[in-house]
Design a protein around this ligand. Structure first.
Ligand SMILES: *Cc1c(COP(=O)(O)O)cnc(C)c1O
Length: 232
């Protein structure tokens, strides 16, 4: 059934469908449903949408645009939310990320890693960090190249205010399921290759999360399927 043809459901209904689809995909590909967590990507949606998803049980939210995210965090300060920064990082904007987020998915250079480490407040636990990898070559301008990855991993592993958890990727969109799987398999292989143990693979969006789960995703980042189309 085409979800777009249905009347616009509320966020709780969409969220329940997405969680069900994640569990179904996990089961189909031999994963335990509890191994795959949902980061609900709320960029461009108002704080009220996050509040609705939170009321329906969602706790992890992903934001891309720093100023927009900070305003929503202020508005939602009464809620227990795990905030994930998943947008491009400008190196002069790292302080707010270090202070206000629980996870960062998009570290792709040493300078940013060192600044986040230096700026993480001492009264907070180490910042959970994922390294963004470019597995699509020229089709993507974000992420470190696979050949430069081991050196960045070694650097981050030595920074005490960061906790290196794993890798993240946003591959160029493709329709074919087998091609989607190949890109995610490449990221999983890089994670397994070391040089340090990693427990998190952040991969898969509304359009390709089944392929990501098939290849070992532990966090999927889903926006549209949870909140509906983004207002421009
Ligand atoms: C927007 C975004 C997503 C979510 O994409 P949808 O297609 O809305 O599910 C996931 N990851 C990143 C990095 C994004 O910027």
């Amino acid at each position: 059934m085409n979800a777009d043809a249905l009347p616009d459901p509320d966020i709780a209904t969409r969220l329940a469908r997405v969680l069900d689809a994640i569990a179904t995909a996990a089961e189909r590909h031999g994963r335990a449903p509890g191994e795959v967590g949902l980061v609900a990507v709320s960029k461009r949606h108002p704080a009220s949408a996050i509040r609705a998803a939170h009321a329906a049980g969602q706790r992890r939210f992903g934001e891309n645009y720093l100023q927009e995210a900070l305003a929503k965090q202020d508005e939602l300060a009464d809620l227990d939310i795990e905030w994930h920064f998943i947008g491009a990082i400008q190196s002069n904007k790292t302080a707010d990320i270090a202070q206000r987020f629980d996870w960062v998915h998009t570290v792709d250079r040493e300078k940013v890693a060192r600044r986040l480490n230096d700026q993480r407040p001492d009264d907070r636990p180490p910042l959970n960090v994922l390294v963004e990898v470019n597995i699509s070559g020229e089709a993507s301008k974000h992420g470190i190249t696979p050949d430069q990855l081991p050196a960045l991993i070694e650097t981050i592993a030595g920074l005490p205010r960061l906790r290196l958890r794993g890798l993240m990727s946003l591959p160029a969109p493709v329709d074919d399921f087998a091609a989607q799987r190949r890109a995610f398999a490449a990221l999983a292989k890089l994670a397994a290759a070391g040089p340090v143990p990693l427990d998190t693979l952040s991969m898969g969006t509304s359009d390709d999360f089944e392929a990501a789960i098939a290849e070992g995703a532990t966090l999927v980042r889903i926006g549209t399927a949870v909140f509906g189309p983004r207002p421009d």
